[in-house]
Design a binder for this molecule. Structure first.
Ligand SMILES: NC(=O)c1ccc[n+]([C@@H]2O[C@H](COP(=O)([O-])OP(=O)(O)OC[C@H]3O[C@@H](n4cnc5c(N)ncnc54)[C@H](OP(=O)(O)O)[C@@H]3O)[C@@H](O)[C@H]2O)c1
Length: 329
């Protein structure tokens, strides 16, 4: 079959197009999917560069966000059958990812795709959408009385995060570059901070009458996560999506803060069946939100399979608004 194989880790030049990858066989508890679309994510370029020290059994096909049609099921799979439309977030330790014509994954982590939702839209969802869901819906307790700052509103995680926080009634602030103002406003952001030119702390003080925000979701890095500590109100909560803040900066009894971490792919890696099932449940929840038009898809740029390495290079610059999705058929 055709696919993009990572011949060795180190950098994106080791991602190579091939027409000779063998079609993967599903394990007993797995399904094989004919891939129709695969979403690109920062984790793909990070893995290609060696992040996490993941050891694969053979040169992997990356691509964690997959939408397609069930093509074969393992001997122990009873929940899915051939021909069903599905989408999922795969395991980063798995060798048979979505940047190929066929991919395999564990059946209990897969969601059905409603007929109203196309494959490209579904492939734009899992990694960033599920992460935003875990950060905003599961870690925090948002309601109309709460304020939240979601960094990087134009990115995948930030874009879904803004919408979920609005659905829960919160007042939402986000950071972005000026060219993405209208984009994040359309997603529902109430207040926009231009992180390149404005003093974020000063703006948060103005917007909250000096109190600080109840919650911050950090999608940027450790340095900004550390600065986020000063943006939080008393008893505030920070969700670290990329890196931890500098914990030495925290003073016990100063503000009663809580720090959360999201490790989406950790569900696959740590062997916790319940956490893995949760991935499918979040996918089901998004499918309903899309059916009910309660959530908008981010801006999506489509590319062809051979363009995946270039797409990942573009993502690595960290200024893609929305998502890039590879159309595989
Ligand atoms: N922990 C987990 O389980 C998990 C899961 C998923 C993703 N992640 C991580 O979360 C991060 C975000 O992922 P993503 O999919 O949203 O893609 P991304 O490529 O990191 O997001 C791109 C967006 O980031 C914005 N941005 C860049 N630098 C910024 C800064 N200093 N302040 C505010 N915004 C900034 C850009 O907005 P402008 O162009 O407007 O500047 C751009 O639209 C990635 O590092 C990813 O690896 C972690």
């Amino acid at each position: 079959m055709k696919g993009i194989v990572l011949t060795k880790t180190g950098n994106l030049s080791y991602l190579q197009y091939t027409e000779e990858r063998e079609i993967p066989q599903p394990g007993d508890h797995e399904i094989r999917v004919e891939v129709m679309a695969a979403g690109l994510n920062p984790v793909d370029y990070k893995l290609a560069e060696g992040w996490g020290g993941v050891q694969w059994k053979k040169p992997p096909v990356l691509g964690l966000d997959v939408a397609g049609i069930v093509d074969a099921v393992g001997s122990q799979v009873t929940d899915f059958s051939q021909g069903e439309r599905v989408f999922y977030h795969g395991s980063l330790a798995e060798c048979n990812g979505g940047f190929a014509q066929y991919a395999c994954t564990t059946a209990h982590t897969v969601s059905r795709l409603p007929k109203e939702v196309d494959f490209v839209s579904a492939a734009a969802l899992p990694c960033s959408g599920f992460t935003a869901y875990q950060a905003v819906v599961e870690k925090l307790k948002l309601d109309q009385s709460k304020t939240i700052l979601i960094h990087g509103g134009a990115g995948g995680v930030g874009g879904y995060g803004i919408q979920l926080a609005k659905l829960l009634g919160a007042r939402v602030f986000t950071t972005c570059s000026p060219q993405n103002d209208q984009y994040v406003r359309n997603l529902g952001a109430d207040e926009i901070i231009h992180y390149r030119t404005e003093d974020i702390q000063k703006r948060i003080e103005e917007l909250t009458d000096g109190r600080g925000v109840d919650y911050v979701v950090n999608t940027v890095d450790s340095q900004t996560a550390t600065k986020d500590i000063d943006l939080l109100a008393f008893s505030g909560e920070l969700v670290a999506v990329v890196e931890h803040p500098d914990f030495t900066r925290l003073r016990f009894y100063e503000k009663g803060l809580s720090i959360h971490e999201v490790a989406l792919g950790g569900a696959h890696l740590n062997g916790d069946f319940r956490a893995q099932k949760k991935l499918a449940e979040i996918g089901d929840r998004y499918a309903r939100l899309l059916q009910e038009s309660k959530i908008k898809l981010p801006a999506i740029r489509t590319i062809q399979m051979q363009e995946v390495p270039d797409g990942l290079r573009k993502l690595k610059d960290r200024h893609v608004a929305g998502k890039i999705v590879a159309v595989m058929r």
